[in-house]
Structure formats: structure tokens, C-alpha cells
Design a protein around this ligand. Structure first.
Ligand code: PRP
Ligand code: MN
Ligand code: MG
Length: 182
């Protein structure tokens, strides 16, 4: 993909490290499920799009895919806390074992809102798999069963994560150069 020359300060997590971690996460989630009740993966668009496609293909058991689009950031660099549904699920999740697939937990506001929203629809279980988490930025504690990497609070982009809709197409996670948002 395009490298955005001069815009990134550094690579934080390289492509091969991402893929290795995703295989481990998929194995961990699969170990807690069986093919009698295949997990329904709920990808949180847009950020989790890259993650869910690699994750689903790394799963050693069948899983189903659903997509929900929510936005709390808009073009700002910090979460507003106001979560909007841009696209809802296409089907009923009653009785299903749901696994929310998120790219990153920053303040935790998006996920905490989403957990309450989906829990009210009567699923059999809800777990969360998040590729990245910023422990020092968390404002709302959310129970997350599967975490890929804990990272510092720096502004990260790539592999689905954007700044004003750019950089999602990078195959790795990078640190955005400070001159790009200051
Ligand atoms: C980003 C990211 C997470 C959320 C995390 O989504 O993809 O969904 O923010 O932040 P929080 O823990 O502080 O709530 P965003 O709202 O930017 O939408 P996007 O996925 O379409 O980029
Ligand atoms: Mn998101
Ligand atoms: Mg975003």
C-alpha cells in the first residue's frame, strides 16, 4: 500500500507482528466456542474492517459476520462520547453468541455504549476482541476478554485506524507524525 511518506513518525506494530497476534487471538476465541454455536462476529465499522477480515480467516472454526457502523470521533482527535449508529445490524442477535470485533479501545466510550446497546437485544453471550487498547486513556472500564496489544496514548493510524479518514489502508500500525495533527 501507499506509505504516506513524511507523515508517519514510526511504525508501532509491523504487519507480520499484527498477523501473528491475530492468529493467536483467533485460536483463543475459537477455544472458547464450538461449532454447535458458531460465534457471530460483529465488526465495528469502519475501524475494525481490516482486523475482522484477517481475524475471520484465521478462525479455525466457522463463524458468521455482521457489521455495525458507529462513530464517536468524527474528524476530531479525541472521542466526543456521543456515539451515533450509522448502520445497524441486519439481523436479530437473540440467543446468539456475539463477539464484538474492535480495532481499538481508547477512552472505552464507544465500546461501553455498544455493549449496553447489544446486551439489550437478548444475545446468549457477548464477548469483545480488541486488537489494540490504550490503558492510560481509558475513561470507562469495559470488560474485554481478548486483547491484542496494549499501546501508549500516542496517535496511532493504519490497519483500519484513521485520522480524518486517511491512513486506514496501511497494512501496519504507525505513529502519526505530530506535525500532522498539531
Ligand atoms: C474509533 C475506533 C474505535 C473508537 C475507540 O472509531 O475505531 O471504534 O474510536 O475510541 P473510544 O474508546 O475513545 O470510544 P471512530 O469513532 O473514529 O470511527 P471509525 O471506526 O469509523 O474510524
Ligand atoms: Mn471505530
Ligand atoms: Mg475513526
Amino acid at each position: 500500500g501507499y506509505g504516506y511518506p513524511g507523515e508517519l513518525a514510526a511504525t508501532l506494530i509491523a504487519e507480520n507482528a499484527l498477523q501473528e497476534k491475530i492468529r493467536a487471538l483467533a485460536a483463543a476465541v475459537a477455544a472458547d466456542h464450538d461449532s454447535e454455536q458458531p460465534p457471530l462476529l460483529v465488526c465495528v465499522l469502519k475501524g475494525a474492517v481490516m482486523f475482522v477480515t484477517d481475524f475471520a480467516r484465521a478462525m479455525p472454526i466457522p463463524c458468521e459476520l455482521e457489521f455495525m457502523a458507529v462513530s464517536s470521533y468524527g474528524s476530531a482527535t479525541s472521542s466526543s462520547g456521543v456515539v451515533r449508529i450509522l448502520k445497524d445490524l441486519d439481523r436479530d442477535i437473540t440467543g446468539r453468541r456475539v463477539v464484538i470485533v474492535e480495532d481499538i479501545i481508547d477512552s472505552g466510550l464507544t465500546l461501553s455504549w455498544l455493549l449496553k446497546n447489544l446486551a439489550s437485544r437478548g444475545p446468549a453471550a457477548i464477548d469483545v476482541v480488541a486488537l489494540l487498547r490504550k490503558p492510560e486513556a481509558v475513561k470507562v472500564e469495559v470488560e474485554v476478554r481478548y486483547i491484542g496489544f496494549d499501546i501508549p496514548t500516542d496517535f496511532v493510524v493504519g490497519y483500519g485506524l484513521d485520522f480524518a479518514e486517511r491512513y486506514r489502508d496501511l497494512p501496519f500500525v504507525g505513529l502519526l507524525g505530530e506535525h500532522m495533527y498539531r
